[in-house]
Design a protein around this ligand. Structure first.
Ligand SMILES: *Cc1c(COP(=O)(O)O)cnc(C)c1O
Length: 381
């Protein structure tokens, strides 16, 4: 059984992004089971920052909660506030930390700041005193990323002066891996050993180190809580190897118009493509304003009814042109759909063409697409 949240918007739309919630849920279960494989009770959270990597955090969050996911991460406090409206009871951790003056907002919305330095810890403890209640806190230590988190000296202060945590409930100790997608890189084991030392010095609190690729580094990296983002959404956590995750998005874009041009005619801005022969050009409802990057010029293709079709000419803000000369006219009429992302072109594939990673492709997914959510949740016997 398949249900979808259909709307007039999808009927009218030039482009439809379909998000497969069942696939996201299956990916989450697979990662959770990887965490349990060593026989320890490892939990699996979900990272929903950047609108769940472009897929829609307020829809994906509750779906994963229904699947059994109990803890969620976002980057910005406002992402947490939006998520709180649909997840009234689950811990929501805000990775970017506690900006001065936002303590009342965290308290009001029941959000937990990831404390990234002593100053934030002090401010949060002061808030706990003001509100006269134990507030949850996450401590993030920097084991090598050198962006956010307690540095080595602050870490020692915390270990030596546990009283600094008085009034707070330590929900989690965490750190973040630098090169988890490179299993052979020694930075992984260096970070692991630093994190282990810290966790041992702070007994009693659960710990978390592994992002998506980190989960595949093995049980040593799992601690108590897994923190996948990318792999939930189908991005390959094992670059260079077959993708163990299910794809979760497809992007279908309508042909707006087709035209026949003579040989030696140019198409699009800058006259950047010239026909070598009489050609049929189709223009589709997609552009760089939708996250289809300009640097994809002359480097990628789309699919029409399973046929591979080159993208030609410059990517415009709202339009992309494709060369359908070799296709039967009947399948590339205005209104026909073109597969931009799907089984023939994953976000990882498109990322290769755009010389970026699938994270950027996914988080750039256009806000103008009509969105369709499918879910073939089979509560089988
Ligand atoms: C984004 C993020 C994650 C998730 O990383 P993926 O590689 O997408 O799985 C986990 N932890 C932190 C701190 C992050 O910023």
């Amino acid at each position: 059984m398949s249900h979808s949240t259909n709307s007039d918007a999808t009927r009218r739309a030039g482009a439809v992004l379909t998000v497969d919630l069942a696939a996201i849920a299956a990916n989450w279960r697979g990662l959770r089971d990887a965490g349990r494989a060593a026989g320890r009770p490892v939990e699996c959270a979900a990272v929903l920052k950047a609108d769940a990597y472009g897929t829609g955090a307020t829809i994906v969050g509750p779906r994963l909660a229904a699947e059994g996911c109990r803890q969620f991460f976002v980057a910005h406090i406002d992402e947490g506030i939006a998520l709180r409206a649909v997840l009234p009871d689950h811990p929501i951790y805000v990775l970017n930390g506690l900006l001065a003056g936002t303590e009342p907002d965290f308290v009001e919305h029941g959000l937990t700041p990831v404390l990234n330095h002593l100053g934030q810890l002090n401010a949060w403890r002061a808030a706990a005193q003001r509100y006269n209640r134990a507030l949850d806190a996450v401590i993030h230590i920097d084991t090598g990323m050198h962006r956010l988190g307690f540095g080595p000296e602050e870490e020692q202060v915390l270990i030596n002066e546990r009283g600094r945590l008085r009034g707070l409930r330590l929900a989690l100790l965490m750190s973040h891996l630098v090169v988890s997608e490179e299993p052979g890189n020694p930075i992984n084991s260096e970070q692991l050993s630093r994190f282990r030392t810290f966790v041992r010095a702070m007994p009693g609190a659960p710990a978390s180190l592994a992002n998506s690729s980190g989960i595949f580094l093995g049980p040593d990296y799992h601690f108590d809580l897994l923190r996948p983002g990318a792999a939930l959404y189908g991005i390959n956590p094992l670059p260079g190897q077959p993708n163990p995750m299910l794809p979760t998005v497809r992007l279908d874009v309508r042909i707006l118009q087709t035209r026949v041009i003579d040989a030696l005619q140019t198409v699009g801005y800058g006259a950047a493509w010239r026909s070598a022969r009489p050609s049929r050009v189709a223009t589709i409802a997609l552009g760089y304003a939708d996250g289809y990057f300009r640097n994809l010029i002359n480097r990628t293709h789309v699919h029409v009814a399973g046929h591979r079709v080159p993208v030609i000419g410059r990517i415009s803000m709202d339009l992309v042109t494709i060369d359908v000369t070799d296709l039967p006219e009947s399948i590339c009429q205005p209104g026909a759909t073109v597969e931009v992302l799907g089984e023939n072109m994953t976000a990882d594939d498109l990322a290769d063409h755009a010389h970026t990673n699938a994270y950027e492709i996914m988080t750039a997914l256009g806000r103008r697409y009509a969105r369709l959510y499918t879910d073939d949740r089979m509560e089988g016997p």
